[in-house]
Design a binder for this molecule. Sequence first.
Ligand code: CA2
Length: 149
Amino acid sequence: MKPAIHVLNGPNLNLLGTREPETYGRETLADIEARLTATAGAAGFDILFRQSNHEGDLVDWIQEAARTGAAIILNAGAYTHTSIALRDAISGSNAHVIEVHLSNVHAREDFRHVSLIAPVAAGVILGFGSLSYDLALHGLLAKASQPKS
Ligand code: CA2
C-alpha cells in the first residue's frame, strides 16, 4: 500500500472558485485535488482529499490520519482562528500537520491574525493562493525523501 497524505479542508472552502475570486482565486477545490493527486502520485504517495463544513468531521479526520500515519495538509478555514477542538485533536494525536491558507491572513482583519493551529503544526504556508497547497505538498515530499537523522 502506498503512503498517504490527507488534505483536509474546512468550512466554506467548497465555494472556492465560485465567489470572492479576488481573495481566494478562480480555482476550485477539485482543481487543487487533481493537481495534488498527480504530483503525489508521481512521487509514490496517495492523496485523500476531503472538505467539511462541520468541525467534528475535521476532528475525526485528523484522528484518522494520525492513526494511519498519514501526514496532513490542513486548511481549517475560519476554524483556524476559533477551534480549540481542532488544536486538541492535533496535539492529542501527534498528527503531523502543515497548516495552509490561500490568503495572507496577516494582511486581513485582526481576528484572522491568530491561529490556534499554528503552535501545534509542523509548518505553516499562507498567502500563495492555491499554490499554498502545492508548496505544502512539496515540503512533505522533500522531507519524506530526506535521510532520517
Ligand atoms: O485563506 C484561507 O485559506 C482561509 O483559511 C480561508 C477561510 C478564512 O476564514 C480564513 O481566515 C483564511 C475562508 C474560506 C472561505 O472560502 C470561500 C471561498 C470562496 C467564496 C467564499 C468563501
